[in-house]
Ligand binder design. Sequence first.
Ligand code: COA
Length: 437
Amino acid sequence: MTTQQTSKYANWFRDSTPYISAHRGRTFVVLLDGDALEHENLDNIVHDLALLQVLDVRVVLVHGARPQIDAALGETTFHQNRRITGPSEMQQILGLYGTLRSRLEALFSTGLPTSPLHNADIAVVSGNFVVAQPIGVLDGVDHQLTGKTRRVHTQRVRAALDAGALVLLSPFGYSPSGQAFNLAADELAADMAVALAADKLITFDADGYARDESGQPVTELSPTATDSLLDQANMAETTRSHLTAMLRAVRGGVKRAHLVSFTQDGALLGELFTARGQGTQISETLRDLIRPAMADDLAGIVALIRPLEESGVLVRRSRDRLEQEMERFLVAEIDGIVVGCCAIYAFDECAELACVAVHDSYRNANDDLGLGSHLLEAAEHTARAAGFKQLFVLTTQTRDWFLEKGFVEAGADSLPAPKQALYNYQRNAKVLTKTLA
Ligand SMILES: CC(C)(COP(=O)(O)OP(=O)(O)OC[C@H]1O[C@@H](n2cnc3c(N)ncnc32)[C@H](O)[C@@H]1OP(=O)(O)O)[C@@H](O)C(=O)NCCC(=O)NCCS
């Protein structure tokens, strides 16, 4: 390895470390549909899922089988993108699911000796984890043995995950009378993620990005923005069903849902272990990521603001001081990582807004309002609720941003007396104030 390669690798590894600890112990439901199972990149995906498992992520893998069923059954009837399953088709489909499951089990068992994870011993567990019910008659069409999730035996799934196993599910479930029903894999994955209160639903798609009308990849979506994107007529049907499942999961309480490419080697790791990501995520709106800081956020705040202090954008605060002032902070947290913060300091009738910072990967977000603006709004709201009439801020490099947010420039003599006494004329920070309506 050249020195340059070594340092690139070392940097990548260092940058991904916060994500390794943030994902530990979390539950990820992963949907790998039938197209992904046929792709030459499948071995690498299995390897990356095994790596997640080794890093203590609790993985539930739901596979699909649409192209395999199409090939085995020939022409079948669909209604609203769901296959109508008769009793004889159900027998064939169950056989196919068994074959695909054992193929995946084999890959988790025998695929790994040739990889750096050759010592990893991945236990794969499947079972009767899903209770299904018939869809019934829709628009006059009898769906026969096509069903939907009625309930998930979450305790059983959690017991398998607690035992360190990867849970592998085919898209079918039994009714309480023992009848097997064929389920849509994407719906099952979403239902499973919601029932388990999973931290993530991850879907693999040929493209790996949702795209806007002009074909540009979109990396972050709110549920509302996903709704509008789904109105687009020119979206691939598989991407549409993946995004619909992701939306269903997020609306059901799953924190984040990701769309990543199954054709691109390493896309899953890029999405999960780098700040930029490598796919499309759906999550609550940026505003919902903001909350008062807690003691545990100290390390995250330090990691966020130290580079800004070193470059002189923010005034240095010692770790001890930050620890004592933790209750003045608001933070924005994504996947357990602090990606934004600000602090409010009280002075009689006015309050100082300080330490406003957004991780550079989350600045200028592709949204109506960015994270910085949401932090500012949250700070103003907090200050107003505490009875302050005015906010002021001292800044050397962000004057224009605050001006755009309704602040006006004022002199150092407008600062409250105790702050004026501490004003550093050498630093020559601009003083900006905003009256809180
Ligand atoms: C200032 C900061 C918090 C904004 O965060 P953000 O999430 O990108 O904010 P928003 O998305 O709401 O705003 C982005 C807009 O502000 C602009 N902007 C960002 N920094 C700016 C600056 N220093 N001066 C002027 N405009 C700035 C961006 O160009 C963007 O403009 P656009 O919407 O026209 O493209 C972020 O850039 C940051 O952390 N900066 C370093 C720390 C800092 O300067 N803190 C303030 C000192 S207290």
